[in-house]
Design a protein around this ligand. Structure first.
Ligand SMILES: Cc1cc2nc3c(=O)[nH]c(=O)nc-3n(C[C@H](O)[C@H](O)[C@H](O)COP(=O)(O)OP(=O)(O)OC[C@H]3O[C@@H](n4cnc5c(N)ncnc54)[C@H](O)[C@@H]3O)c2cc1C
Length: 301
């Protein structure tokens, strides 16, 4: 979607940067996605005004973090994307509390806290993407999830059109699902983390890094796990048992390292990846009677 000159001029007055005709394939870890305009929200206090402008002008929008958990359709997209700039995100520690901007890299946050002898998040070390995306998804790995550490989230709340602070206890963090409204924009988080010497945290980080390296196709284009695990089960194990590792549609392929990772081996289209997802879901449904739910977020037209 192309923003009109009038709206572009208004954004400029607000000091908001507009990048026109961006390929989202360049902004996502799957390297799939069409073209649209991108609004860079450098100053958080402009967000309510920008949101009002988009609503008044009937401009649909989506919010993109690090782009590591989204599958975006190809072609000219009928919505703009909004993005928090990632350079120099704020991070500070006070006692057992860490205050971090949502645009910060999640792994960078884990190591920053570790250097201040704050642990508890070692399992999240290899999860790519932003802190905002991790909050939205309640990212987790190896028995750790971000949700239980959250004490406060500063966010733009779609319901009120204002920037507010929510207490951690008022937010539900479930398995890769949270109670934030779809249009809420996470801006900053306060986490409470257990004290632990840096050396011990580092040892935990190394173990998690090693587990990831030995089981995941980290040098290939993916969005991590495509499906959520069903209660008590493992999506990857079922897909593997069906002999689907290496199964492909065009350049979209079930990883031969981890059956719940689908990789773009070259120039996969969104249609290739969506077809592969549907085929695998159907095979699991007919073999196990289980309907796998997407973990990856699909942005269609
Ligand atoms: C190799 C690889 C390994 C992975 N391993 C794991 C893993 O072990 N565990 C795990 O949980 N995930 C994993 N993932 C998936 C992904 O990294 C996480 O879900 C991550 O938290 C997504 O963050 P992001 O910033 O990239 O979000 P995006 O992909 O950009 O967005 C995901 C969702 O969050 C929303 N969002 C992003 N930022 C904000 C914000 N500031 N405010 C409001 N909404 C926002 C988007 O609108 C979208 O709905 C993996 C991915 C890859 C590629």
């Amino acid at each position: 979607m192309r923003i009109s000159d009038t709206v572009a001029a208004r954004l400029k007055e607000l000091g908001v940067e507009l990048r026109q005709g961006i390929s989202l394939a360049d902004e996502t870890s799957l390297a799939i996605g069409g073209t649209t305009d991108e609004i860079l929200l450098r100053r958080y206090d402009t967000i309510p005004e920008v949101m009002r402008l988009l609503a008044n002008e009937h401009i649909p929008h989506r919010f993109l973090g690090g782009g590591t958990n989204v599958l975006i359709v190809d072609g000219e997209l009928p919505w703009v994307v909004m993005h928090l700039p990632t350079a120099h995100p704020g991070m500070r520690v006070e006692g057992n509390a860490a205050y971090v901007d949502a645009s910060a890299d999640l792994g960078g946050m884990v190591t920053f806290c570790a250097k201040h002898d704050l642990g508890g998040m070692e399992g999240l070390i290899g999860v790519p993407g932003s802190v905002g995306g991790a909050l939205r998804m309640n990212a987790g790995a190896y028995g750790t999830q971000i949700g239980p550490h959250v004490r406060e989230v500063e966010l733009y709340r779609a319901a009120t059109g204002e920037i507010e602070t929510l207490r951690g206890g008022d937010i539900r963090f479930d398995y890769r699902h949270t109670s934030f409204a779809p249009d809420d924009v996470m801006l900053r988080v306060k986490l409470e983390l257990p004290s632990n010497p840096f050396k011990e945290i580092l040892a935990g980080i190394k173990v998690c890094n090693e587990k990831r390296r030995s089981s995941q196709p980290l040098n290939q284009k993916s969005a991590g796990c495509i499906f959520k695990n069903p209660p008590g089960g493992s999506a990857g194990r079922m897909i593997d048992e069906l002999g689907l590792k290496g199964h492909r549609v065009g350049d979209a392929m079930v990883s031969d390292r981890h059956a719940n990772f689908f990789v773009n081996t070259g120039h996969a289209s969104s249609a290739d990846m969506l077809k592969l997802i549907d085929e695998v879901r159907e095979r699991v449904r007919s073999a196990y009677g289980i309907e796998l739910e997407n973990e990856v977020i699909v942005w269609r037209n």
